[in-house]
Design a protein around this ligand. Structure first.
Ligand code: ZN
Length: 507
């Protein structure tokens, strides 16, 4: 556990929201475990135990508190460092839709023995992989019971229990109540029509919503995404079905409000996890800020824009296409090209709330005449080559275990350079240490002339270089004058490394 006892104690007594989800409190006298922000009267220190995760508290025999609802806390932060086995395994657990058991398979996928994986989980998370997966499943079920009007049989399926009997037994064992009793306790304040689900997705404050929204707004693909009156909206397609979701900001509840319209509840877990990743809700900003503030060049920006996150994406393939389209054109230009791709090759959306299309999948673009929308032939070919690589399984955006291998594969595609690959890793994999060091905007923000210098400088920002990039791009003028490279001997990145999708990035 990264946090010491004193820190936990202080955070608990002050109900500090910045620590929400970073540790859990087991109260011996009541047998429940709580978040650091629990409104219940604080227990005496001698009666509490601290756990690094909810799963660890559950394994020690504590039940989730019905007042502070541990299932609503922000996710496990990425303080485990970047390419660690544990964080990769956690990513797999969140992407797998919570399938049962399978620790052997999980261990095999991350390339270690199952006993070793178990040991690592116990060491870092205080719980076994199975306990982590089970706790997540139970928490998700609890959220659906409380926050949706989905029939219990559907809740059981959506949360991966396999059968209603096992779902009932699981809930009863953990909450000492039946699912129906729990639903009666929850006060559903908003009526949800069929296939509409409302989720409150928590974050650890601060959260720079304006920065996130401005970034997404500038890049919103017409017909597929929109940003209006503080609400982000987009169409989605999963397993042959269509839907859409919207996300807005609720600072008082320290959460984002996600409204999902999708008619297969089994995908809800995947969808909400993806939204969490897209809006970078699991970030531990205070740890990031502490580290970045050590560099005077970043300190002022970090102070000025508290809670800046790294925007992720809904779909890695779509993002990579967008990054290729952004090479050598303005953000506006790339956005309109992306809209043309969506309208020409994407499926029309049946009920879209103003959205008209879903972005075309790789299967369609692999054989499409992409350049026909008004692209240089070479760039159209790059997109087709990417689509083919995804179809053939050479490139996968999900379940990425080795980001170096992922980057190498991406760079094998003619027309994709290090810049584009790093940018994709930053936004599609959520790799907090990804860093497009060939970016002129970043060089400009620091007044540096060479990529090598920037790389050297960036060593001290590890493992948060993606966040450092966001702060540097926010420096006024940092990303404006792409053509004017500072210094005579500057190394000018080749055009494909310059994704000008970012050139007008401003907060
Ligand atoms: Zn509580």
């Amino acid at each position: 556990m990264e946090l010491d006892w004193q820190t936990c104690s202080r955070a608990r007594l002050s109900r500090d929201a910045r620590f929400d989800g970073k540790f859990f409190i087991g109260v011996r006298t009541s047998g429940v475990y709580c978040r650091s922000i629990c409104p219940a009267p604080t227990a005496k220190e001698k009666n509490v135990r601290y756990f690094p995760t909810a799963a660890a508290a559950a394994e020690a025999g504590f039940r989730p508190c019905l007042r502070c609802r541990p299932e609503c806390s922000p996710g496990t932060p990425a303080w485990l460092g970047t390419p660690t086995t544990v964080s990769r395994a956690l990513r797999l657990i969140s992407e797998s839709g919570l399938e049962d058991g399978g620790v052997e398979v999980l261990a095999e996928r991350v390339g270690v023995g199952s006993r070793h994986l178990r040991r690592l989980f116990l060491q870092h998370l205080g719980a076994t992989p199975i306990a982590v997966a089970q706790t997540r499943r139970l928490h998700f079920a609890k959220k659906l019971i409380d926050e949706s009007s989905l029939p219990m049989s559907q809740v059981a399926l959506a949360s991966g229990f396999g059968s209603v009997r096992r779902f009932n037994a699981g809930i009863r064992k953990v909450y000492a109540r039946t699912p129906s009793q729990i639903r009666r306790l929850a006060r559903l304040t908003e009526f949800q029509p069929d296939n509409h689900y409302l989720f409150r997705l928590r974050f650890r404050p601060p959260y720079h919503w304006e920065g996130m929204l401005a970034f997404l707004a500038a890049r919103a693909t017409p017909g597929v995404e929109s940003v209006e009156s503080g609400v982000y909206q987009r169409s989605i397609a999963l397993n042959g079905r269509q839907g859409h979701f919207s996300v807005s900001f609720d600072p008082e509840k320290q959460s984002l409000t996600a409204r999902v319209q999708f008619d297969d509840p089994r995908s809800l877990f995947f969808i909400t996890e993806r939204i969490r990743a897209m809006f970078d809700l699991n970030a531990d900003w205070s740890a990031i800020a502490k580290s970045l503030k050590a560099d005077p060049a970043l300190a002022e920006r970090v102070e000025k824009l508290p809670g800046l996150r790294v925007p992720g994406c809904w779909n890695g393939f779509e993002l990579a296409v967008r990054a290729i389209l952004g090479q050598q054109v303005s953000v506006k230009g790339a956005t309109s090209l992306a809209g043309r791709i969506a309208k020409t090759f994407g499926q029309p959306l049946v009920t879209g709330n103003g959205l008209t299309h879903v972005f075309p999948p790789p299967e369609i673009l692999a054989d499409a005449n992409v350049a026909s929308i008004g692209l240089p032939r070479a760039r159209g070919e790059t997109i087709r080559a990417l689509a083919r690589a995804v179809c053939e399984g050479r490139i996968r955006f999900e379940e990425v275990l080795d980001s170096r291998l992922f980057l190498a594969r991406l760079c094998e595609i003619p027309g994709i350079g290090t810049w584009t690959a790093q940018y994709v890793a930053m936004r599609a994999l959520g790799e907090p240490d990804a860093f497009p060091s060939g970016d002129l905007g970043l060089l400009r923000a620091l007044g540096l002339a060479r990529t090598a210098e920037l790389e050297r400088r960036s060593e001290t920002w590890r493992p948060w270089r993606a966040y450092a990039a966001m702060y540097l791009w926010s420096v006024p003028g940092a990303s404006k004058l792409l053509k004017n490279v500072p210094g005579k001997n500057a190394v000018v990145p080749s055009p494909e490394k310059v994704d000008s999708a970012l050139t007008t990035y401003r907060i």
